[in-house]
Ligand binder design. Sequence first.
Ligand code: FAD
Ligand code: GLY
Length: 386
Amino acid sequence: MVQNEIDSVKHSADVVVIGGGVIGLTIARALAQRNAGDICLIERGSIGHEASFAAAGMLAPQAEANSQDEFFRLASRSRDLYTGFAASLQEETGIDVELDTTGTLYLALTYHDLVEIEKRYEWQTAAGLAVEKLTQSQAQQLEPCISSSVLAALRFPLDVQVENRRLLSALTNSVTQLGVSIVTGTNVESLKIEKDRITGVQTSRGFISCPSVVIAAGTWSSFIRLTPTGEKPALVIEPVRGQMISFDARPQLTRHVIYSPRGYIVPRRDGRLLAGSTSEHAGFAKEVTGGGISTILKNGEEIAPSISALPIVDTWAGLRPCAPDNLPVLGPCDEIGGLFYATGHYRNGILLAPVTGELIAEAVVAGVTSPLLGPFSPSRFDLVRA
Ligand code: FAD
Ligand code: GLY
């Protein structure tokens, strides 16, 4: 990754963005595009090596949605921004983020699954969304790798996928070109707050004064202390571990991303086939476990039995940042002027990155909080203990 790392930490900035995952990078880019001044992105490790690196890159709001709620609207908006987002990143950086528009299949492999997909088909059709119902033979004709146990399937032509690691490289190059200062190997320990306003951040390598801070620190967001009280924010973002397997699938097994209610497989242009995942409350441990791998294999084979013959080339795990109500935490903090949250993206941070970048940057620069962010406001939690 090309990055504009600086050796000594700056002493001041107009905006500090904490966290160099997909969310922090996208916000830093959107801020720079709006001429938000001197922007400093601080990452305690190296850029793009946590949840955003571990993800599968699926951009699939329809495949998993049970209703047309506010989360669905936000996620769909973000998916629809992806075409322009990917094109502008390619233009700026020359990096193709491999936005693959083949579409997503969702399989019913049990009677219970069948009832679930029937409901999904009904409400999405009634809402005028793009969804197709396939019989067993239509599904198998489309993707011959699909198990003969499939009872029916839905096809979501607009639910797509991106190569999230290439996306991280493109974003890093883009923010570097836009003049954002990237400081790696530096932990933000606390925020300095005076008269209910942000005045700076204390890092492991010194103090940076700034009037605005965006917390985009993923599952570690609640470790950043609020001074002068020294308290951690009352908001608790918890890690939910997800393990993944990467197979060598040349020739590629499927063109579509394929989900079941229990797992998913994702084909990549370079011949890798990703299979995921698990959802585990295992603290901050990022180990890959025998139990995790065997669950992913079982659920992957249920979708496409032939994956059992494929060589495994890699395994990994990442920590999804999860708020108490499983929804993202987005927008200004009402109690502390100049403080903005962009965390808790849980299972959908890659999908939600473009809309998060746009709306958080707008809130920081213009002081305008989009109504789309209302339901995800940090003020739904008691952020600062009295
Ligand atoms: P991260 O990528 O974790 O980045 C946070 C960064 O902040 C880290 O680099 C960390 O080091 C840094 N940091 C933390 N604390 C500090 C501090 N105090 N000071 C400085 N830096 C700090 N989403 C999708 O949309 N589609 C998918 O298909 C998908 N698949 C997934 C599969 C798996 C197995 C997993 C684990 C997740 C998946 N997700 C998916 C979810 C997605 O990966 C996350 O929601 C997203 O990456 C969160 O991005 P982030 O930038 O908030 O967090
Ligand atoms: N969105 C896929 C996952 O989190 O595993």
